[in-house]
Write a protein that binds this ligand. Structure first.
Ligand code: CDP
Length: 223
């Protein structure tokens, strides 16, 4: 047991298919901490919008509190959430500030689920910049578009989803553009985040690199 830092969060931000989710999950497993994939929130909202046949040209008229109230463990575990079409929809709704405000309360509440010796490992686009700007440790995980497209392509192939590499790269670029250029909480490097380019690293090497920084910081906290 140790005294908690002010905000016990490991923020892992970065673009699509950079490997942030994989490493975040492994870190949480390794240290016995809690993992949360914030992208699932936007994906689930996208799916709810689709199910309710909401007119996408009138997202400004949506009652977001009602939509967010429909988020539950069943919706959050729906297999369709991983579809690329849902990812695209997620990045469209993610540009709506009123929705982001609602989801901010949701995400801040996750801290209440931690036990006194746990950290929340959270991956997304704005975790270290907007949701938890005082996170204990922040990483920004990235890779070249070519490498990310390759990774997403083989991941999709394993799931039996067949798209050409060019189509996957085009979708990633469209999503990058939306996530980087939106006005509300765009994807950006926090000034105090550690930047890790995973273009030439294996998943194991990325994991080891993050563990190195976490262990060094934990050691300092106990010194
Ligand atoms: O798995 P992948 O990295 O492709 O996407 P994701 O993390 O599931 O996120 C889907 C979409 O949700 C992103 O393209 C973002 O537009 C949005 N998102 C966001 O705006 N803020 C977050 N913290 C997480 C996701």
């Amino acid at each position: 047991m140790f005294a908690h830092p002010t905000v016990p969060v490991i923020a892992i931000d970065g673009p699509s298919a950079s490997g942030k989710g994989t490493v975040a999950r492994r870190i949480a497993d390794e240290y016995g901490w809690v993992y949360f994939d914030s992208g699932l929130l936007y994906r689930a909202v996208g799916m709810i919008i689709l199910t309710n046949q909401v007119d996408l040209s009138h997202l400004d008229r949506v009652n977001w509190a009602t939509i967010v109230a429909q988020l539950n463990p069943v919706v959050m575990a729906h297999p369709d959430l991983k579809l690329e079409s849902v990812g695209q929809l997620a990045s469209r709704v993610a540009a709506v500030e009123a929705l982001r405000t609602q989801l901010m309360y949701f995400q801040c509440n996750l801290l209440s689920k931690l036990s006194s010796d746990q950290f929340l490992v959270m991956d997304g686009r704005d975790i270290g910049t907007v949701i938890f700007p005082d996170a204990w440790l922040k990483f920004y995980i990235t890779a070249s578009v070519g490498v990310r497209a390759q990774r997403r392509h083989s991941e999709m192939k394993k799931r039996g989803v067949h798209h050409t590499l060019e189509e996957v790269a085009k979708d990633l670029e469209a999503r990058d553009f939306r996530d980087l250029s939106r006005q509300s909480a765009p994807l950006k490097l926090a000034h105090d985040a550690l930047l890790i380019d995973t273009s030439h690293l294996t998943a194991q090497e990325v994991f080891q690199r993050l563990c190195y920084f976490i262990d060094a910081k934990l050691k300092k906290a106990f010194a």
